[in-house]
Design a protein around this ligand. Structure first.
Ligand code: FAD
Length: 442
């Protein structure tokens, strides 16, 4: 009998397997565990949380909280097990990691339509008589990534060891920061945060003294000069970053009419221009330290960070070039990708891509025509859909891993008395659409 194959039984792979099997379709789920583990995996069970045991905020007013509620309504296995194994953590959803992995493993392995195989996959299967979902994660082992690259004829697979923080446009103080490109080339593409000498000295002193996040063993192998954390560069000398990411040349501060002493540039990060990343600010600082030190940058005092800088091995695909918003490759082969390797960032985001890829692969298996499949794909008005569309956005030139956030959601037009009223309307709009999708899927 034809079966859908899923490679990788992490958060994305297990969620995808569940979504396929609950539609009555047989699945082969393959993971190299427990015989072989990546450098970050230690638990013999599936769906292992490799680092924190927090799945982050649970409140609907937070995008990842709304994403969770959307996934609950779509019958997510990962959310069901997370809720069943939750432990007190204030407004966050944190879990007992061992009970959580046990719960997912039991549900997956006891499902009559899911056949689990423990083996390492090194090659993308040649002949496919049913959809294939690849969800082997950011630490994909062996030669599987080489095989993916060859099969999809990709020049490169992104390899990113450090990422810079991202802030929302609404939280940047544009009475201080100004739009301009260096030497006037390229329009007003960048937002510039100018510093005078005293501001630079104060910032520099805190940057080089700030606390670093713990380095795991597997991080040590990776140090790229081109991706050097900003604090490491700063430690080479007081002016080094003024000749690097904080160089002011070619910029004129409209408030003074002169070149600033130093300048931090922010680059647009999404199509909607609601998010901006700090150029050259890949960092290993602890999250609290990033907030404290980077908020000293003029114009960013009230900045809302939707993603903090991170540093770890992270191999991910150039998804905008190769995936559509159903997480399927844009070519005539039924291959889907899911999880962190698609460029979504985070446990829940990874599971959410597995959820959509699983549903879509199941519908393709059932020979549903493409318009019918797209009719149940959540739109940009939902968190789950906005993330999928972000990943597949061909105009996404500076593609980097992305967390769920409200900046990705389609704006809601109309007048609202308060910001919270608008947010409430966005939440209601998203959940209404998800309920409609659930209805159609029935
Ligand atoms: C070190 C590290 C720390 C992280 N910390 C956090 C955090 O604290 N919070 C957060 O939200 N996100 C974190 N992330 C990001 C991300 O959320 C996790 O990586 C998440 O586990 C991704 O889910 P996934 O399903 O894509 O991959 P995984 O959960 O990694 O699952 C992939 C599975 O594929 C299997 N596999 C790999 N290669 C093969 C192969 N060739 N053949 C067969 N099986 C294979 C693996 O054994 C694994 O079980 C972290 C990532 C890393 C790398």
């Amino acid at each position: 009998m034809r079966k859908i194959t899923i490679i990788g039984a992490g958060l994305a792979g297990c969620e995808a397997a569940w979504q396929v099997a609950k539609r009555g379709i047989p699945v082969v789920l393959i993971d190299m565990k427990p015989g072989q583990m990546s450098e970050a995996h230690h638990n013999p069970n599936l769906a292992e949380l490799v680092c924190s045991n927090s799945l982050r905020a649970n409140r609907l007013e937070n995008a990842v909280g709304l994403l969770k509620e959307e996934m609950r309504r779509l019958d997510s296995l990962i959310l069901a097990c997370a809720d069943a194994t939750a432990i007190p953590a204030g407004g966050a959803l944190a879990v007992d990691r061992d009970l959580f992995a046990q719960c997912v493993t039991d549900r997956v392995k006891n499902h009559p339509l899911i056949e689990f195989r423990s083996e390492r996959v090194d090659v993308v299967p040649e002949q496919l008589d049913a959809p294939l979902i690849i969800a082997s994660g950011p630490l994909t082992d062996g030669t599987l990534f080489d095989s993916i690259r060859d099969r999809l004829k990709l020049a490169t697979l992104h390899f990113f060891d450090a990422a810079a923080p991202i802030v929302t446009i609404d939280s940047i103080d544009l009475s201080i920061a100004f739009r301009q490109s260096r030497y006037g080339r390229g329009g007003d593409d960048y937002i510039n945060c100018p510093m005078n000498e005293a501001e630079y000295q104060a910032f520099y002193t805190e940057l080089v003294a700030a606390e670093l996040a713990e380095v795991k063993d597997f991080d040590r192998e990776i140090v790229f000069e081109g991706c050097m954390p900003v604090e490491s560069m700063a430690k080479r000398g007081v002016d080094t970053i003024r000749f690097g990411p904080l160089k002011p040349v070619g910029l004129v501060d409209p408030r003074t009419g002169a070149e600033p002493y130093a300048c931090v540039q922010l680059r647009q990060d999404n199509q909607a221009a609601s998010l901006y990343n700090l150029v050259g600010f890949q960092t290993r600082l602890k999250i609290g330290e990033q907030k404290r030190v980077f908020s000293m940058i003029p114009g960013l005092q009230q900045a809302e960070f939707v993603r903090f800088g991170v540093m770890h091995r992270n191999t991910y695909l150039p998804s905008p070039e190769m995936l559509d918003p159903t997480y399927r490759v844009r070519r005539d082969e039924p291959i889907y990708f899911a999880g962190q390797m698609t460029g979504v960032e985070g446990y829940i985001e990874s599971a959410s891509s597995g959820l959509l890829a699983g549903i879509q692969a199941a519908l393709e298996y059932q020979d549903l025509p493409i318009p019918a499949r797209l009719a149940v794909l959540p739109t940009r008005e939902t968190v789950i859909g906005s993330l999928a569309h972000y990943i597949a956005s061909a105009e996404n030139k500076h593609f980097q891993p992305m967390n769920a956030n409200f900046g990705l959601i389609a704006p809601l037009v109309g007048k609202f008395r308060k910001k919270t009223d608008r947010q409430q309307a966005v939440i209601e709009r998203a959940l209404l659409e998800i309920d409609q999708v659930v209805g159609k899927l029935l």
